[in-house]
Design a protein. Sequence first.
Length: 114
Amino acid sequence: QVQLVESGGGLVQAGGSLRLSCAASGSIFGANVMGWYRQAPGKQRDLVASITSGGRTNYADDVKGRFTISRDNAKNTVYLQMNSLKPEDTADYYCKYSGYYTAWGRGTQVTVSS
């Protein structure tokens, strides 16, 4: 099993920045993908960004150029640096681990005020 703990959400004004962290623990081995998803009220959960254990990244079109995903494999931690935040980025952000096991974090709330 894999456990994920997210941190770093909060309230920020439009144009500001936040950094999310997700620490994974448990049965982590082999190739895997860690990613961030977000879900706004009344909407589906969508991919924001993902990164493979080899460092290959993928971003949703609406965050390209503003968000950067990175990971520290030694710490089993993935980060999401969010810059130039917009009110439409407001959502609950969830970390996901996909490998031999699949796991979701409990989520962290990001609120961007206009």
